[in-house]
Design a protein around this ligand. Sequence first.
Ligand SMILES: [Cu+2]
Length: 139
Amino acid sequence: MLLLLTLMTVGLVGCGGAEPQARAVTIEAEGFEYRPTGIEATVGEPLRLTLDNVGTLLHDWSIDEIPLNGEARFVEEGHSADHDMSDMETDDPTVHVVAAAGEKGTIVFTPSQAGTYTFYCTVEGHRAGGMVGELVVTE
Ligand SMILES: [Cu+2]
């Protein structure tokens, strides 16, 4: 019994770690630009998305509606406390990760349905300025 508990504990710790099975994607944000503007994902495969803000403005990366397995969750909070939600052009994006200037933010989520989903920056004026792209999810 003790051995079983030990194994379970190790298992839990392992789950909280680096999630090796997730596909890691980094998007740079600078000016009003994402690099790249296109991302691919696979249904049922966790996507570990890092927004690397190498610019001088606050940016985020958001998808309004995308079917997920479970909930999107932050790996690192970054400096989301600095993010003024009143600037957001939408109430409740399904996936939302924020990175202050010079910071990174990471979120893990698992798409559950194939499709093409628009991602964009919710900071006022940024989407219009070009901060928009597509996440293509395939079976
Ligand atoms: Cu932005």
